[in-house]
Ligand binder design. Structure first.
Ligand code: 0WD
Length: 264
């Protein structure tokens, strides 16, 4: 039997688009560990998918919320306060970059493309915390999904990597802001996983082969792997962990040199 590491805790999960989303894997693991769940969905496009998952995972409530709208975020806070009273975990699993900015030269990125990417992929964490700060319980856990492209050059990840650098910095500053209430803020740096978002990156599939060939564990990670780590971060087991970027990538980030491909 799985221990209920999240028994009695309530978590708000963002970024479920479909069953392949990393947020879906996290939601399933949170549910397995006894958490009460709430979801947001960006709009009608993903509403059915999110509601289906919410019904499957204990009849969670789901709220329409586009994180670029301050009004929508204020409404979300009112709904969460009314329906749940408090939140013990907040999962930020949101990113968006125009497809044309996920290939080619970074210096070709338009001002509008840059603003959009940083607004949705990075600022949204600040906006969510600002809206929900009074609903977060003391000792709550906030986590955001990031990628190695924040600190290392990953060809074609481009502006997405730059937005992840901002996101990781935001994680550290929020950890400082909220530490006095025992609220922890961390990032999970996931290895590449095939999802609707990641497939927008030119040549994304080649990343999967590279990780399998070169990572110490010689395998790609799954949304279940990320979900398990998210459970740890949401649970009291990680009470002294904050302002951290925790890699769940089969160890790929630690490689400084890559072995020659095996000769046949
Ligand atoms: O390889 C990967 N898949 C990795 C993803 C490796 C490392 C990190 N990540 C990150 C992503 O950058 C993102 O922050 O994980 C997070 C989740 O990404 P995902 O699960 O790979 O992608 P996806 O299933 O597409 O979920 C992201 C969702 C959006 O999906 P769609 O496909 O509909 O764009 O973010 C949500 C939306 O549901 N989203 C928004 N939610 C509210 N307001 C908004 C918005 N404005 N924009 C996007």
């Amino acid at each position: 039997m799985v221990m209920g590491l999240l028994d009695g805790k309530t978590a708000l999960i963002t970024g479920v688009a479909n069953r392949w989303s990393i947020a879906t894997g996290i939601a399933r693991k949170f549910h397995e560990h006894g958490a009460r769940l709430a979801f947001i969905y960006q709009g009608e496009r993903v509403k059915d998918e999110v509601e289906k998952l919410a019904a499957e995972l204990g009849g969670a409530k789901s709220y329409s919320c586009d994180v670029t709208s301050d009004e929508a975020l204020a409404q979300l806070a009112d709904c969460v306060r009314r329906d749940y009273g408090k939140l013990d975990a907040l999962v930020h699993s949101i990113a968006f970059v125009n497809k044309e900015d996920l290939a080619g030269k970074v210096f070709k990125t338009s001002r509008a493309g840059f603003s959009l990417a940083l607004d949705i992929s990075s600022y949204s964490l600040i906006a969510l915390v600002n809206a929900l700060v009074d609903v977060l319980s003391d000792g709550a856990s906030v986590m955001a999904l990031t990628y190695l492209g924040s600190t290392a050059i990953i060809p074609n990840y481009n502006i997405a990597g730059i937005s992840k650098a901002a996101l990781e910095s935001i994680v550290r500053y929020l950890a400082f802001d909220l530490g006095e209430r025992g609220i922890r803020v961390n990032a999970i740096s996931a290895g590449p996983i095939s999802t609707a978002s990641s497939r927008q990156v030119k040549d994304f599939k080649s990343l999967l082969g590279k990780v399998e060939a070169a990572a110490p564990l010689h395998r790609n990670v799954t949304t279940e792997d990320i979900g398990n780590t998210a459970v740890y971060l949401a649970s009291d087991l990680s009470k002294a962990v904050t302002a951290d970027v925790h890699f769940v990538d089969s160890g790929y980030h630690a490689m400084g040199m890559f072995p020659e491909p095996a000769s046949s």
